[in-house]
Design a binder for this molecule. Structure first.
Ligand code: HGY
Ligand code: MN
Ligand code: MN
Length: 399
């Protein structure tokens, strides 16, 4: 059977049913959760039905293998703690449909994949970090999530099905389709983005350790309040970054844990995430210096101690020129004048894959530019057009 857009949409909706949550089309399917494992088991069955050999590696990356050395298509099927139905899932199901159609109509061999923990419950892009060789499994095993669970324990939940890591040279290259997760395609009325490069990222945990005390009896001038230190740090950082960043640089404190987190207690400890992204590795390094200097200074001023966790990161990554050209040709053929080349401000497994094989990405629009939220969505006509463009390029690159 040739490419079947309805089968693709049906599978995409079915995948959403694992961890479906929220009023819109949201999902809660964090890496190694029950919903994630159930979704991977279902995907493995769909791969088998398609004549692809399911292969789960020790980290939990799930491949659907064609018989021969092949092009690889895919993305990730884990979600953020509150995620949308398309982030990652779109690329996984597009890969499945294209690999399945190629198998059915005698096309070139194409394999598909769902990487594990792309959303960084434990690391940054943990599954492809380990598979691409950026991190060892032993290093990744020591990572802990915000609740203190280690990756070693969580991946143990899938261990009885896991096999070895696949060699990279089983694949000739990697294509990933994804929602844009930003506003630009919608704003410009375009249907397809061909990604030129993916920004780099740095991510670390910072802890301000102060003195837990009574919120009624401790005079303000004697407090060593970890939350006050955190808010001062945030304000100081925003102003100190001003001369270093560009309009495209972003930074986020997205997770904060106060201890003991009670209204009548001066917080003794604030542990928080500090993440920053930019296309220039030197700027990322300069921002790290500013973050550490500012945190030390502010901590001293508040009588608290600053401690830094390891800095995790991904380098900025250019997409392969030949793969970009094939995606651009396919976009021009199927959506003439309705596509553009563009950078990616979000991270993707393709950034890691680009270090071990030719890799490229295709974007479709996000309604309202919303993602990492339950109400993330894309018009089904845009999803199907993206599938068709990806398929056209994949057939050329795999042939
Ligand atoms: O955070 C990211 O950019 C990706 O969604 N993991
Ligand atoms: Mn994603
Ligand atoms: Mn995401």
């Amino acid at each position: 059977m040739p490419l079947d857009p309805q089968r693709f949409l049906d599978d995409l909706h079915k995948l959403r049913s694992f961890g479906a949550s929220g009023a819109g089309k949201g999902v809660v399917r964090q890496a190694y959760s029950d919903a994630d494992i159930a979704a991977r088991n279902w995907l493995a069955e769909r791969m088998k039905d398609a004549g692809l050999e399911p292969h789960l590696d020790p980290l939990g990356n799930l491949f659907g293998l064609a018989d021969a050395k092949s092009l690889l298509l895919g993305s990730h099927s884990d979600s953020q703690p509150e995620g949308g139905w398309l982030d990652g899932a779109l690329g996984v199901i597009a890969g499945l449909e294209i690999a399945r159609a190629a198998k059915e109509d005698g096309g070139p061999p194409i394999s598909c994949v769902s990487f594990q923990d792309e959303e960084g419950r434990f690391g940054v892009l943990t599954g492809s970090d380990v598979w691409s060789g950026k991190l060892t499994l032993a290093e990744a095993d020591r990572f802990a999530d915000n609740q203190g669970n280690t990756l070693a324990d969580m991946r143990g939940r899938m261990a009885d099905l896991a096999r070895d890591f696949l060699p990279h040279d089983r694949f000739t290259g990697f294509l990933e389709m994804h929602i844009e997760q930003g506003p630009y395609l919608e704003e410009t009325g375009l249907a397809i983005g061909v990604v030129r490069d993916i920004v780099g990222i740095r991510d670390m945990r910072i802890c301000f350790e102060g003195r837990q005390n009574h919120a009624g009896t401790t005079p303000m001038h004697l407090r060593r309040d970890a939350f006050q230190a955190l808010t001062s740090f945030n304000a100081a950082l925003n102003s100190r970054f001003a001369n270093v960043v560009t309009p495209a640089t972003v930074w986020t404190i997205g997770h904060v844990a106060l201890h003991p987190n009670a209204s009548s207690v001066v917080p003794g400890r604030a542990v928080f995430s500090m993440q920053w992204r930019d296309a220039d590795a030197d700027r990322l390094a300069r921002m790290e210096e500013i973050i550490k200097e500012t945190a030390q200074e502010i901590a001293a001023g508040h009588g608290v101690k600053a401690e830094f966790g390891p800095v995790m990161g991904i380098e900025p990554a250019a997409m392969d020129a030949r793969f970009q050209a094939e995606l651009a040709d396919a976009a021009e053929a199927l959506a003439p004048g309705k596509w553009q080349k563009m950078p990616s401000g979000a991270l993707h497994d393709a950034a890691n894959l680009a270090t071990v094989m030719p890799a490229a990405m295709l974007f479709v629009p996000s309604i309202g530019g919303i993602s990492h939220a339950f109400d993330e969505d894309t018009e089904e006509t845009d999803l199907v057009l993206g599938l068709q463009v990806l398929n056209r390029a994949a057939r050329v690159l795999a042939g």
